[in-house]
Design a protein around this ligand. Structure first.
Ligand code: AMP
Length: 196
């Protein structure tokens, strides 16, 4: 199965991705994780991406498109994969369609985790307070000003993917405001449906 998890920052994509990986045995392809690994390793891509990521903006479509195209060639992706954080622009969605078509593969479903912005900001404040209480270090982009920029980027650049995938008949929307287990149960119902 080839699945895209779509949703604003802080909607719980990472948490739900972990659940899907565990239950369905597909690898999770998170472009955010891949880019952070490139930054940590100091690769040329990492050097280019760092400032953009810290500012909450989007890395170029060419860079993330190339990273994903290379990654889905790996053997562990032969039976399917879960995309988390990609595509994030219409250009990336078109790139994904083109790369899958080239390989004779097809996207099964796009699951949108829907959470409104007020709730996302509340969640961020809780997360920051908890991290501070534990004395841990935060992700560079984990502060309210940058988070609000990331929300705006989602609204402007990524939300247009919702009608895009709706038109393709691939979109399923899940209410992401509920407890983690309730959201996971909805995802299971969708994914069991496409496997059957
Ligand atoms: P994430 O962990 O998915 O929230 O991604 C963290 C940051 O990595 C984002 O704020 C972007 O700067 C960058 N990034 C991740 N995925 C993409 C993508 N598909 N397109 C552009 N930038 C991305």
């Amino acid at each position: 199965m080839i699945v895209v998890l779509l949703g604003p920052p802080g909607a719980g994509k990472g948490t739900q991705a972990d659940h899907i990986v565990e239950k369905y045995g597909v690898p999770q392809l998170s472009t955010g994780d891949m880019l952070r690994a490139a930054v940590a390793a100091g690769t040329p891509i990492g050097k280019k991406a760092k400032a953009v990521m810290d500012a909450g903006k989007l890395v170029s479509d060419e860079i993330v498109g190339a990273i994903v195209e290379e990654r889905i060639e790996d053997d562990d992706c032969a039976g399917g994969f879960l995309l988390d954080g990609f595509p994030r622009t219409l250009v990336q969605a078109q790139m994904l369609d083109a790369m899958l078509e080239k390989k004779g593969r097809e996207l099964d479903v796009v699951i949108e985790l829907r959470v409104d912005e007020a709730e996302l900001i509340e969640r961020l404040r809780t997360r920051i307070a908890q991290t501070r209480a534990r004395g841990e270090e935060r992700r560079k982009d984990d502060n309210e000003a940058t988070f609000k920029k990331r929300l705006k980027v989602y609204r402007d650049e990524t939300a247009p993917l919702i009608p895009y995938y709706e038109k393709q008949g691939k979109l399923r929307t899940v209410d992401g405001r509920r407890p983690v287990a309730a959201v996971s149960a909805d995802l299971d119902a969708i994914l069991d449906g496409i496997r059957a």
